[in-house]
Design a protein around this ligand. Sequence first.
Ligand SMILES: Cc1cc2nc3c(=O)[nH]c(=O)nc-3n(C[C@H](O)[C@H](O)[C@H](O)COP(=O)(O)OP(=O)(O)OC[C@H]3O[C@@H](n4cnc5c(N)ncnc54)[C@H](O)[C@@H]3O)c2cc1C
Length: 397
Amino acid sequence: MAPIGDTATGAASSAAVPAPLTHLTDDERLLRDTVREFAAARIRPHVREMDEHAKIPRELIDQLFELGVMSIEIPDAHGGSGGTFFHAVLVVEELSRVDPSIGVLVDVQNTLVINALLRWGTPEIQARWLPRLAAGTIGAYALSETGSGSDAFALQTRARDDGDAFVISGRKLWITNGNEADLFIVFATVNPDAGHRGITAFLVERGARGFTVGKKEDKLGIRASSTCELIFEDCRVGRAEVLGEVGKGYKVAIETLNEGRIGIGAQMLGLAEGALDHALRYTKERTQFGKTIAEFQGVQFQLARAATDVEAARLLVYNAARLRDARAPFLTEAAMCKIFASEVAERVASLAVNLFGGYGFVKDYPVEKLYRDAKIGQIYEGTSNLQLQTIAKQILT
Ligand SMILES: Cc1cc2nc3c(=O)[nH]c(=O)nc-3n(C[C@H](O)[C@H](O)[C@H](O)COP(=O)(O)OP(=O)(O)OC[C@H]3O[C@@H](n4cnc5c(N)ncnc54)[C@H](O)[C@@H]3O)c2cc1C
């Protein structure tokens, strides 16, 4: 075997050493620190109230737009922040550390809606929508229906071809940002007999005739994030509002969700970090048997295991995001990061509740909420079983 480096001095060879995965560039560190400060100052004081009232105040959303985190990958020319996918992941992580509801609002806007428009929008669509999305318009992504969740392409919403327009009829369920959004990416079939090859993505604006936002769900966790039913009754949408090609909406859906689930990994990573932060602080303050509970080795080992879990989740999430930015294959890594980070989030939030004792079980302390919020990571943007299916398909070919 050829020697590696200088065997006489033991020095490393002059070949470039890849940066550690968690090493942040100056830009990335600045962004992370800015969002961290924002979350502590502007979000944390409202977390409990937002959870109780199941609502994000519009003023807070406006501040997110001012911060530039609602338009991360939109190019400067369209009024956005001109960032990368990894930037979006860092932002979602930091916001979710404080409130995973804000995390998912920002995540859907960036990793699903803006991502889909950047990839599939015509120049006209981009010129029309990207400046609006950078300036205050919220987006939503509407695929799921009552009878089609995991089996998303069994959707029943119909788009009838009517010459210069399509006429959409049907209902969508569980749509994040439904209450706040003005732009909805809606998946419907132009030909139910064609299976997934009939599925088409449409841009529908709030206020379009025949389109109403229905019931808002009352949820276990991420309560401040709105989850709504959408109702389409002969809603006419011009042909110019087709995103991608007619009959190729399944590609829009699959490819954006493949990327979007890295964002959910980031949301769950942030949640786990937030829960661990609380646990570390509390165990150093709480005394029992004349010592802080952090002085008990039994507690220390639990915290050490949680910190290891969080670090492993971070590596998976950052790797998937960096692969995506490098245009390298990332499908398996994205599925792995989502399933793992969501399990870590549940585990670490559960440990935090345990370590807070009785205080962990009451709403005056923040950890019971994080425990409730963690559950969604294993459900939306593909349940854990569906992630396992993706991973199994890749490793068995
Ligand atoms: C808070 C919230 C927000 C959401 N936001 C959005 C949104 O913005 N846009 C959107 O389009 N949708 C959204 N969804 C929908 C979400 O993506 C679906 O709920 C999810 O994909 C699961 O679908 P389902 O609920 O129909 O469950 P099902 O598909 O019925 O699954 C039920 C169970 O069966 C298992 N299962 C199903 N098929 C298989 C299989 N082949 N092998 C093994 N196990 C299987 C699943 O893993 C799960 O455990 C949201 C849901 C929630 C709760």
